[in-house]
Design a protein around this ligand. Structure first.
Ligand SMILES: Cc1cc2ncn([C@H]3O[C@H](COP(=O)(O)O)[C@@H](O)[C@H]3O)c2cc1C
Ligand SMILES: O=C(O)c1cccnc1
Length: 387
């Protein structure tokens, strides 16, 4: 009976994955043409231009609007905190989660300033609070001793995230930022990233919310033990999530998938959200088209994960580099006003033709004839196009 229910959930997830299609490269090209017509040096707004082109391709509309913005904060606890991998106890998860409701967290204050609506969600805290509750279970198990959760719970948490994204689209939101609150979640994220990227935990595990050298060694040891004990399969993202992941990561991965299903952009935050996005991309590569990078977290694994999420080379991961590593969605919210400045130029600025300036030539490329911007950037969002 239980196995049958699990199979049905997996089938439902498969149905969702099939519903994801790449962004529309023709619409992206229309947006590129609009940028190239604006009376300013070509490509001079860099990432801001690329992100708006990408959003046009995702939504299928070159008239990009980001008026209604949401931050979805997945709150959950992680059993692995028993191993002494964090500086604070997991009671802090519930305190901070409730503070989202009173507007008294870093992300809440930034949301107020940036005009972003904030939605904390309890997807698996050990404590019951006033935070809206879609709890899958009361915290995960300590993965050093047993798998963090069952496969069925992992799938259910992903499906919950998908549904949250779909509901927000129905409510009219045009962009979803993702964030998390869960003491111990840089340990689970490092474990998941280590398996999915095939890298040693030492290479990508950092100090999270603050650890001394001996704490960091305990954290690496816990991750090594969990991976050795449960043998998560790198080619099965749900297996990795269930064995060494967390419910907040699962929920955020679901939101990435839900954003892709609904053709709306999902703005990533720091390392933990990057890992959730990586999981989503491993489940369905086309999700990449719907992800926007805000910043590169100070956690050592962040750059490695982001490199996998972009087609670009290591040194070319475009994201704000502010030395931030707070979580909660703060980096995602911090980038939105910058992106909106770019969007206002895209929407309002006059063209070369209107100013009677001859069309600009692209001298930034080594070989403009062979490597014109149309040829290289029109491919944003997948297969080449187009009429
Ligand atoms: C007071 C406080 C507020 C936070 N807000 C976000 N985080 C961040 O730190 C946690 C991850 O770090 P680690 O894996 O080391 O526990 C997450 O909850 C993350 O959102 C916080 C952490 C603390 C202590
Ligand atoms: O990069 C992050 O998301 C992060 C890093 C440390 C602590 N909390 C979040």
């Amino acid at each position: 009976m239980k196995a049958e229910k699990g199979n049905n959930l997996e089938k439902e997830l498969q149905k969702m994955l099939i519903a994801i299609h790449p962004a529309d490269p023709c619409v992206a090209e229309t947006a590129l043409k609009r940028w190239n017509s604006i009376a300013k040096p070509l490509h001079s707004l860099g990432k801001l231009e690329k992100d708006i082109i990408q959003i046009a391709g995702m939504t299928g509309d070159p008239n990009v609007h980001l008026d209604k913005k949401a931050l979805l904060v997945m709150c959950a606890d992680n059993g692995v905190v028993e191993e002494g991998v964090t500086q604070t106890g997991q009671e802090v998860t519930a305190i901070v989660a409730e503070n989202f409701l009173t507007g008294n967290t870093s992300a809440a204050i930034m949301c107020r300033q940036a005009g972003v609506d904030l939605f904390p969600v309890d997807i698996g805290m050990v404590t019951d609070t006033k935070v809206p509750d879609v709890k899958i279970r009361y915290g995960t198990a300590n993965f050093v001793k047993e798998p963090a959760m069952t496969r069925g719970e992992a799938v259910r948490a992903i499906l919950t995230g998908i549904q949250i994204a779909r509901d927000k689209k129905k409510e009219g939101y045009q962009i979803l930022c993702i964030g998390e609150m869960g003491i111990g979640n840089t340990t689970t994220s490092s474990a998941v990233a280590s398996v999915l990227l095939g890298k040693e935990p030492e290479e990508l595990t950092g100090r999270g919310a603050g650890l001394d050298d001996s704490g960091l060694q305990k954290k690496i040891q816990a991750i090594c033990t969990g991976i050795e004990k449960h043998h998560p399969r790198a080619d099965d993202p749900v297996d990795v999530l269930a064995k060494v992941g967390g419910l907040d990561i699962a929920g955020m991965a679901g939101i990435c998938l839900g954003g892709a299903i609904e053709h709306i952009p999902v703005m990533l935050d720091g390392f933990i959200s990057d890992v959730a996005a990586l999981l989503a991309v491993h489940l369905c590569p086309a999700v990449k088209d719907y992800l926007l990078i805000s910043h590169v977290s100070k956690e050592p694994g962040a750059g490695m994960v982001l490199r996998e999420l972009t087609a670009e080379k290591a040194s070319d991961v475009h994201g704000m580099n502010l030395g931030m590593c707070l979580g909660e969605g703060t980096g995602a919210v911090a980038y939105l006003p910058v992106l909106e400045l770019g969007l206002s130029v895209y929407q309002e600025m006059s063209t070369f033709a209107e100013n009677q300036i001859e069309d600009y030539k692209d001298y930034t490329k080594e070989n403009p004839a062979k490597d014109s911007p149309e040829k290289t950037e029109a491919n944003i969002g997948g297969t080449p196009c187009c009429m």
